[in-house]
Design a binder for this molecule. Sequence first.
Ligand SMILES: Cc1ncc(COP(=O)(O)O)c(C=O)c1O
Length: 361
Amino acid sequence: MSDRIYNFSAGPSMLPLSVLEAAASEMTNFAGSGMSVMEMSHRSKVYLSIFEEVKESLKKALSVPDTHEILFMQGGATFQFSAVPLNLMGEDGSADYAITGNFASVAMNEAKKYGAVNIAASSEDKNHTYIPAQSEIKTSNGASYFYYCANNTIYGTEWKYIPSVSAPLVCDMSSSILSKPVDVPKFGVIFAGVQKNMAPAGMAVVIIDKALAGQELKYTPRLMSYKVAIEKDSMDNTPPCYTIYMLGLVLKWLETQGGVAGMEKLKTAKAKLLYDYLDESALFSACVPGADARSDMNVTFRAATEELDKAFVKDAAAHGFENLAGHRSVGGMRASIYNAMPEAGVAALVKFMNDFELKNK
Ligand SMILES: Cc1ncc(COP(=O)(O)O)c(C=O)c1O
């Protein structure tokens, strides 16, 4: 469709056009039911078949073992910042946190309300432009879990390794889930707000090792309890039905693209295009120096001056490259190139950046 722009938003983000078209085509009458998915009971046969299929597709896409349960929970990723300690910290418990950006920091502050927190690693000394090495991680004795954020959406860094620790691993994968295969059995809890690589906003996917459920603090709200969510198959109350359905369409699309292995290949190629250009450019530079920490999902960069940053973002928008301004807390630019961004979009952006550079020599 020629009126679509290249949308580099960090979230909510682009969805594949074919997904939007499929949703549009069954918007008013889903599969001959005479109703929109938005209008049907979540307990109806027709909706339950959608729900089961989505769970099955996600299980398959991420090779989720039977030891783990997939949950759909409202409140986005931020809700999980509270749900994690409320479910896993335990009475008089403690937890280890790796602080590699704003979202991990917010999550840690939430956890402090419910127990003791140890900062096991941090990249704050260099404004979160790197990922601590395994040897720099200092865990504490008896921690109920180790928490980290796999991809730091604001700073543009990504953990390229899974930390090796003895406590159960809890990981916020909001901005990288479904972009590559994940070794799910290694994790106690994986959660992700869906509005980047999965679906429209309003929900988090949680993948939990069932053995960890049932240790919630006594005042944990019922809707935050992983145990209740498992027992009720994410339907203790009305789930975000339409968002779950949209996730199903995205997962069908993903399968046609070679699944998460296909996405990994694509994201590597897209990120390489941008980083290679940034490393050569005399005007622009990547904010994250080390290739071992650069995010393949959120590429952060700057021009030579703040004025040029602003001029670039404005000029880019005028040419159909939207939402390239960096997060308000860090400035500069950020190109979020999630799964739905085609390689052609990144190639066009690189060409535009090169033209801008030539004009601003
Ligand atoms: C890594 C990460 N975690 C958490 C969040 C917060 O997500 P939500 O708005 O769904 O609560 C975001 C949002 O951009 C994010 O990028």
